[in-house]
Design a protein around this ligand. Structure first.
Ligand code: CAA
Length: 240
């Protein structure tokens, strides 16, 4: 049996492609989702991948959810924190609720899930944590002070945990996707979208599978010497 991999937000968008890519690479995948039962059922029927419904922004639900996954499949060895939302508004219009919801769902979730699995990974001296941040956490997205702060926070968080757990066989890395053709990106107003695509050096949106291939690589044994790194997959839109 393959290693157990948990993918949050794993039934839609980039997460769906990650779940499928990991399954193809031989992992036993658990796809976590929060709300969309119809899409989760479609995903599960299509792929045969088990889905688990819980809210990653709630620590107690993460503990219970991971407990269930470990009962069903075995110890979690790979964790992909992909779940995320946007509540875009320029700062002068942003509400405290829009701020808090994005920080809680995109960043605190990362703490919650990592905190629940880290002790097991440390005791088994193996683990792969891959956090899906965003290019907008590096460059700052217009209308996204909340999202950019959360996604930048994931990068600092990942480096700290990478440092703490490197000697325990655990790697912690970040992928920063640029604009990928998912439901989230397709909600951007058309006139804004046109100017965004014009500014991408490769002149197109990314494919979810192009992010998934990065995850599969970072999860593999071949990537054991890579930790605390940030892999930009953004069509050249932001180069550090
Ligand atoms: N860069 C420069 N100017 C921008 C801009 C951008 N990215 N986005 C909007 N503007 C400009 C608009 O063109 C407009 O200018 P004019 O008045 O001169 O026409 C002005 O800002 C106000 O825009 P709106 O009329 O749309 O104002 P609004 O308050 O209704 O909405 C907004 C503002 C919420 C920022 C909206 O424009 C929007 O949703 N923009 C897209 C935000 C975005 O890029 N989100 C990324 C989602 S994808 C993602 O997050 C995935 C990832 O990780 C990369």
């Amino acid at each position: 049996m393959g290693r157990v991999a948990v993918v949050t937000g794993g039934t839609r968008g980039i997460g769906e492609a990650i779940s499928m890519g990991m399954q193809e690479a031989g992992y036993q995948v658990a796809a976590v989702y929060a709300g969309n039962d119809v899409k989760a059922k479609e995903f599960s029927d299509k792929t045969g991948i088990g889905t688990y419904k819980f809210d990653v922004s709630d620590f107690n639900q993460c503990e219970a959810g991971i407990g269930q996954i470990e009962n069903d499949l075995g110890p979690v060895e790979i964790l992909v924190n992909n779940a995320g939302i946007t509540r875009d508004a320029t700062l002068h219009k942003m509400t405290p609720e829009q701020w808090a919801e994005v920080i809680q769902t995109d960043l605190t979730s990362c703490f919650n899930m990592c905190r629940v699995v880290i002790e097991g990974m440390r005791s088994r001296t193996f683990g792969r944590i891959i956090n899906i941040s965003s290019m907008n956490g590096e460059l700052g997205g217009f209308g996204q002070a909340n999202y950019s702060a959360a996604k930048a926070g994931m990068i600092g968080f990942s480096k700290a945990v990478a440092r703490e757990d490197a000697s325990k066989g655990i790697t912690v890395n970040v992928i920063t996707p640029g604009f990928v053709g998912t439901e989230m990106v397709l909600t951007i107003p058309e006139k804004v979208m046109n100017s965004i695509v014009a500014g991408i050096p490769v002149k197109r949106l990314g494919e979810p599978s192009e992010i998934a291939r990065g995850v599969v690589f970072l999860a593999s044994d071949d990537a054991g010497y890579i930790t605390g790194s940030t892999l930009d997959i953004n069509g050249g839109m932001y180069m550090i």
